[in-house]
Ligand binder design. Structure first.
Ligand SMILES: Cc1ncc(COP(=O)(O)O)c(C=O)c1O
Length: 369
């Protein structure tokens, strides 16, 4: 049996007709950049997340940079980021001229560990970027208490967490601003790159709109030096269509994760842990095991595609070398990098496929464990 990590043809087949219809309408309207459908998506997404503003951007990396820049964060400032994430969570900080200050992640949740965060706060700390990693919301209550104590802004990196919730509040509505990715493989994916910022701060939203559109406040009214980072009209149309399905697709991911957990409990696998007050959306189903490279090879030979998110902690990536970071200061991130494996998950994965992956994994563990 061949099992893809994320078989996008499943959702494409399901909504093929609707997508074709929206592309036909798009062609007849011939509005490519901006326009009503971008606004329609922004309004629908703001309502879905539960915020006043949504601003479409070219991708999530730009969204993070725009939040930082619009928030006046730059040279001389420090921003707390998790030691383990996708590079954008920290590269966005460097690109503004500020310094990322890495904090290790929680043993079970893999998100920013609030119990060690406070010690890293200095008078220069202006913000912190929490990443709701793999689809699980970070510990927002404890993080919020610390942020408030020191007057620090919370920026949520929601690239992997669309639809996830902490105490019934959706990620992207809890902190000062949220950054989302609509990269095709994300839980809500476009047919290309896309992203957005969500926020209840109207002033921040206005500034980001201007910054992301060549610094213009209306056509040819250039007010500041900006950039070009917009959500395409075509992608907005696709996202409007897919947003209707998001909750159902997330429920299917949760069910798939529950089946994996049932099949793998007690088999030398560290499984994801989900606190009761959170809604995990399982963008990724990540386990920890010994000999993960060998196990990955074994699964590949049996037709099962897996990945590692990610092979190295951020603190060991070349672009951060100049910060002279020591791996021993980030033991959890290091431990994860040595043990993680992301198993196939997507809304259309069948019980049969999950059972095959689980059984093959048990065989691999018996062989290499
Ligand atoms: C946690 C996290 N942040 C940011 C990004 C960047 O998203 P984009 O590719 O839309 O720039 C990703 C992409 O995978 C991500 O996983």
């Amino acid at each position: 049996m061949n099992i893809l990590f994320n078989d996008l043809t499943w959702q494409n087949n399901l909504i093929k007709n609707e997508i074709a219809e929206s592309i036909t309408t798009f062609l007849s309207e011939s509005v490519y950049i901006g326009g009503e459908c971008v606004e329609e998506f922004e309004n629908a997404f703001a309502e879905y997340i539960g915020v006043k503003n949504c601003i479409g951007t070219g991708n999530c990396t730009d969204a993070l940079e725009l939040i930082l820049e619009a928030g006046g964060i730059g040279e001389g400032d420090e921003v707390i980021v998790p030691a383990y994430s996708w590079i954008s969570s920290a590269s966005s900080v460097i690109r503004t001229g500020a310094k990322p200050v890495f904090v290790d992640v929680h043993t079970d949740y893999y998100t920013l560990d609030p119990s060690i965060m406070e010690a890293q706060i200095t008078p220069n700390t202006k913000a912190l970027i929490v990443v709701h990693f793999y689809g699980l919301p970070a510990e927002m209550k404890e993080i919020g208490i610390i942020a408030e104590k020191y007057g620090i802004r919370i920026i949520e990196d929601c690239a992997q967490s669309v639809g996830a919730a902490y105490n019934k509040r959706k990620t992207g509505s809890i902190g000062w601003a949220g950054a989302f990715s609509f990269y095709p493989t994300k839980n809500l994916g476009a047919l290309g790159d896309g992203g957005c910022v969500t926020t209840n701060d109207n002033k921040l939203a206005d500034k980001i709109r201007i910054l992301a559109n060549h610094g213009q406040n209306g056509k040819n009214k250039h007010k500041i030096i900006g950039r070009n980072s917009r959500l395409d009209a075509l992608q907005s149309k696709i996202l409007i269509t897919k947003l209707k399905y998001l909750d159902d697709w997330n429920i299917r991911r949760v069910r798939a994760a529950a089946r994996y957990c049932m099949q793998l409990t007690g088999n030398l696998v560290k499984l994801p842990v989900t606190p009761k007050y959170t809604r995990h959306v399982y963008h990724l189903f990540v386990i920890q095991i010994e000999n993960h490279y060998q196990v990955q090879g074994f699964l590949e030979q049996r037709g099962i595609q897996t990945f590692m998110h990610y092979p190295l902690p951020l603190t060991e990536l070349e672009p951060f070398e100049h910060l002279n970071l020591r791996s021993c200061d980030f033991p959890m991130a290091k431990n994860m990098a040595n043990r993680i494996l992301s198993l196939p998950i997507y809304p259309g994965i069948s019980d049969l496929q999950i059972d095959y992956v689980s059984e093959t994994l048990k065989e691999a563990i018996a062989f290499y464990g």
